[in-house]
Design a protein around this ligand. Structure first.
Ligand SMILES: NC(=O)c1ccc[n+]([C@@H]2O[C@H](COP(=O)([O-])OP(=O)(O)OC[C@H]3O[C@@H](n4cnc5c(N)ncnc54)[C@H](O)[C@@H]3O)[C@@H](O)[C@H]2O)c1
Ligand SMILES: O=C(O)C(=O)C[C@]1(C(=O)O)C=C[C@@H](O)C=C1
Length: 361
């Protein structure tokens, strides 16, 4: 970012694609008092998003300041071209891959229109789709890539960065091709790894599945995502993804050899590389990773208990970085995982136990 002040996002903001991401952005803007108008191929999704307070259906008389294209990847280029032709607004898209839509849009629009287009990509989402999965808090503290092309107008880049900041996210500027290589590693490969592991579960005996704990849930959550969306993402970034899959294939061969040979040192080296990889992931707010530890607490399954747990953690003075709740089938308690700074974990455990909570050490 330059030191110049960013252009103010005053609206109206037009969201094309009122699904998970589009409606989440629309909710943020609406709550800030910025007028939001919605377009979607599905009337029902517009109605739902409207009902959630995310804005109203767009009309031909609207003159948006910014258009946010949030449709499935295969529809993005057409929607960008359409928005550039129909409006004189700055246009961004939130698609998961950046080079392919830019290449498809460039020959279809004039230079002045192309200058108003700046791609972007919030690094936040969910395995769920549609407006009902949307949340105004989705982007809080998350990175959001802003990927200007060589002839992008600086005002347009600034306005997109203003949107990112208004959504509570951190803009990260990057070229489209570099972005695609980066997300192949930090988003697309993890997704495929989750899919492969989850695929082993689909036909597993129910007695085996009954033992499912937090580990398998952590590793497989994103595998529940919409296959049609991910097919389009992977097709648009196949080259970078294939390079990484080849590396993983070699890793898998080495892993099989190490497991079969019972060769302790080789196996430990492979496992330690996993430690190094997780430690390399920056903290949610960017910057170096802050070491965290999970504290597991049994929470009775009745109203108000979770609020009481959070209240106690607040009184103890420990900040909760993240939280996961696991309902144990057939048991009247849920297991809650509180992720806290490593240095505070023992203090939190001891203080919660003294207040009568059952913890798992
Ligand atoms: N799901 C995620 O976690 C995530 C995260 C970041 C970015 N993205 C990207 O955001 C975009 C939207 O993803 P999503 O998860 O919100 O999907 P979604 O399915 O929840 O929403 C897509 C919306 O677009 C509408 N739509 C489809 N074709 C359209 C068209 N031609 N014109 C107008 N509306 C149309 C659909 O009716 C739907 O309401 C995708 O490009 C995806 O790559 C997704
Ligand atoms: O957390 C999730 O559920 C996601 O799917 C998020 C995630 C990611 O891999 O980080 C997935 C794809 C998007 O392009 C951006 C974000």
């Amino acid at each position: 970012m330059t030191d110049d002040p960013l252009p103010a996002l005053t609206g109206p903001v037009e969201v094309v694609g009122a699904g998970l991401i589009g409606t989440s952005i629309a909710l943020v803007c609406s709550r800030l008092g910025i007028e939001v108008v919605l377009r979607d191929a599905s009337e029902e999704n517009i109605r739902t998003a409207h009902g959630l307070g995310a804005g109203r259906a767009a009309t031909d008389a609207d003159r948006p300041q910014l258009v946010v294209v949030a449709v499935p990847p295969a529809r993005i280029a057409d929607a960008i071209v359409e928005a550039l032709g129909r409006t004189d607004a700055v246009v961004t898209d939130v698609g998961s891959v950046k080079a392919a839509p830019l290449a498809a849009v460039t020959p279809r629009v004039g230079a002045a229109d192309l200058a108003r287009y700046v791609g972007s990509h919030p690094m936040a989402g969910s395995e769920r789709s549609g407006p009902l999965a949307a949340s105004a808090a989705l982007f809080d503290g998350r990175p959001w890539a802003v990927t200007p092309h060589g002839s992008a107008d600086s005002h347009a880049v600034g306005l997109v960065e203003s949107l990112v900041l208004e959504c509570g996210a951190a803009p990260v500027r990057m070229g489209p091709t570099e972005h695609d290589r980066a997300v192949a590693r930090i988003s697309h490969l993890p997704h495929l790894a989750a899919v492969l592991v989850a695929g082993r579960l689909a036909t597993a005996p129910v007695e085996h599945l009954a033992l499912s704990g937090q580990g398998v849930r952590d590793v497989t959550r994103v595998a529940a995502s919409d296959p049609a969306l991910w097919q389009q993402i992977l097709e648009a970034n196949s080259e970078a993804v294939l390079d990484l899959l080849a590396e993983v294939r070699a890793d898998l061969d080495a892993l099989m050899t190490a497991v079969a040979a019972d060769s302790g040192p080789d196996l430990v080296e492979i496992l330690a590389r996993g430690n190094a990889g997780t430690a390399a992931i920056p903290g949610k707010h960017g910057g170096p990773a802050r070491p965290t530890r999970s504290v597991f607490v049994a929470v009775p399954d009745h109203p108000g208990e979770l609020a009481r747990l959070f209240g106690d953690a607040g009184e103890i003075g420990v900040n909760i970085e993240d939280v996961h709740i696991d309902h144990d089938p057939g048991r009247p308690v849920g297991l809650t995982e509180l992720v806290v700074e490593r240095g505070s974990a023992e203090r939190l455990l001891a203080a919660l136990e003294s207040r009568g909570w059952t913890t798992h050490r």
